[in-house]
Design a protein around this ligand. Structure first.
Ligand SMILES: [Zn+2]
Length: 503
């Protein structure tokens, strides 16, 4: 019997309700890509509906990764003791010489990692050097599409080099090296925007499945004219803007010199960047006025606790942001600086870092806060509030099946605590995105994983050769960048985010 409406009935699973901490037996009826009805076991389904057995499975909404970099998937496992500034210094060799095929493969690999760890949607700040291209964005869209995961891709752009962005850094580089640094110039931003103007009108498809945003990457790396042009373009095309904001102490310390005494956040506010379309990533080095500005303007924040720990950036004031009414999502950041796309780990760390040096348990981020950030918070940050982030009628069918026979759930106590604290991604059994089973009992249904493995390995081996010389040059600069930036990071700043200081 055929079922032209394409109904699916997920039968026998236990659906997590984060507010009651319960996982009650619930059947889920789906029509096409949308959840139609939830009900007790035995829920009736139209004749011919496909039935998916979810016995021994806990069902949760697909997690939303609020901040990643798809290009970073090919650079995982390349580095250890890097601060943000050393990571930026390495970009020419970790992301250089990518062909269109490399761009597709990197996006696909990132997408596969996301799905395996229970994510069904992400906000990807993808980097193409020197400027985003129509063909590059199509390759990225293809990579995500082949795996079948949702992506809001915001090309990461700058019109200043890292070495120009930090006042005094260029002068701190010895003459013998500076000559070569000065020969490289960031492309004029008009080129980046021209590429986006070409692709924005048609390249977005079903905007809940694939969409394009704008990422002028870091305030100090972008001229004011560039940032305001992005603001206007986002308005014109009704899309979103994502920037790294107050991520490192170095940036916070130099901002008043670059911006007439203002903080990074105050400067973006003065430029009219802050608003409901805007997401700030990291948002660590904020003062109380900055937090107030973020709340007043209704911006979203992508909280990346794992990356912030790895790069030694500090601890973001997540509780103060939540209390002020700012919407938070949780992100992993790119795999080149936080190693994987595991949002279970990011959720857990979001809870844990809020406790550093802070004795007041009432202010700690708890399991419910962390879970909400990783689901509904992320959905709102993507502009998909009411569409993604919950398993409820009317929402798109993004559902993660967790294996309750896995040791992570033996014995089963509070289901929410198991998901936020015990789960590490290893009990992810199956993943549905938009009503389609993308991962089924640990196997991808959408693409050939062995071929992806081969393609990714071949790409990195070729890129290692192609970027060898540029790697040596970055390494020669490393000690000088580190010394200058450590000097800045040791300067006094009105707030301390290294030892917590949560408010
Ligand atoms: Zn980032």
């Amino acid at each position: 019997m055929t079922d032209p409406a394409g109904h699916i009935l997920i039968r026998g699973g236990r659906l997590l309700d984060a507010s009651s901490h319960e996982a009650k037996p619930t059947d889920i009826l789906i029509e096409g890509n949308t959840i139609l009805e939830l009900g007790p076991p035995g829920l009736a389904a139209p004749e011919g509906a496909r039935v998916i057995d979810a016995a021994d499975r806990m069902l949760i909404p697909g997690l939303v990764n609020a901040h990643t970099h798809g290009h970073g998937s090919l650079a995982k496992g390349t580095n250890d003791r890097w601060s943000l500034e050393l990571l930026l210094n390495s970009a020419p060799w970790t992301s250089g010489h990518r062909t269109l095929e490399d761009k597709r493969v990197a996006a696909m690999l990132n997408a596969a990692d996301l799905v395996r760890k229970g994510c069904t949607a992400c906000y990807d700040l993808y980097f193409e050097f020197p400027v985003p291209t129509v063909e590059g964005l199509e390759a990225v869209a293809q990579g995500y599409g082949e795996v079948g995961v949702r992506a809001l891709v915001a090309p990461m752009m700058a019109d200043r080099l890292f070495y120009e962005a930090i006042p005094g850094l260029m002068e701190a580089i010895p003459d013998a090296l500076r000559g070569r640094v000065e020969t490289v110039r960031a492309a004029p931003f008009a080129e980046s925007l021209a590429a986006l103007r070409k692709v924005l009108p048609e390249g977005r498809g079903d905007r809940a499945m694939f969409d394009l945003g704008l990422a002028p990457t870091i305030p100090l790396h972008c001229s004011d004219d560039f940032m305001t042009a992005c603001r206007d373009l986002a308005e014109e095309y009704d899309t979103r803007v994502h920037m790294h904001l107050a991520e490192s102490k170095v940036q916070a310390v130099v901002a008043p010199r670059a911006y007439d005494g203002k903080t990074l956040t105050a400067h973006l506010d003065a430029l009219g960047l802050l608003g409901p379309r805007f997401t700030g990533a990291h948002c660590i080095w904020l003062d109380a006025d900055d937090i107030g500005r973020m709340a007043d303007n209704g911006i979203c924040v992508a909280h990346n606790p794992g990356s912030n720990l790895r790069l030694g950036s500090g601890v973001a004031p997540a509780r103060a942001l939540l209390d002020a009414g700012v919407n938070l999502g949780v992100g992993t950041d790119g795999s080149q600086c936080s190693d994987n796309q595991n949002l279970f780990e990011a959720m857990r760390l979001a809870a844990f870092v809020s406790r550093i040096g802070n004795p007041d348990v009432e202010t700690w981020i708890g399991a419910e806060d962390a879970f909400r950030m990783a689901t509904e918070g992320g959905a709102r940050l993507l502009g998909q509030e009411g569409v993604l982030g919950r398993v409820a009628p009317g929402y798109r069918a993004d559902i993660v099946f967790l294996d309750l026979t896995h040791v992570n759930y033996i014995p089963l106590n509070d289901p929410l605590y198991h998901v936020v604290f015990c789960e590490d991604g290893s009990a992810v059994d199956s993943v549905m995105v938009d009503g389609r089973m993308v991962l089924e009992h640990g196997r991808f249904t959408t693409f050939d994983e062995a071929a992806l493995r081969r393609d990714a390995q071949a790409a990195v081996e070729r890129l290692r050769e192609a970027n060898a010389e540029s790697r040596i040059f970055s390494q020669a600069l490393e000690a000088h960048v580190a010394m200058y930036c450590v000097g800045l990071a040791n300067q006094a700043y009105p707030v301390d985010r290294k030892l917590a200081g949560q408010v």
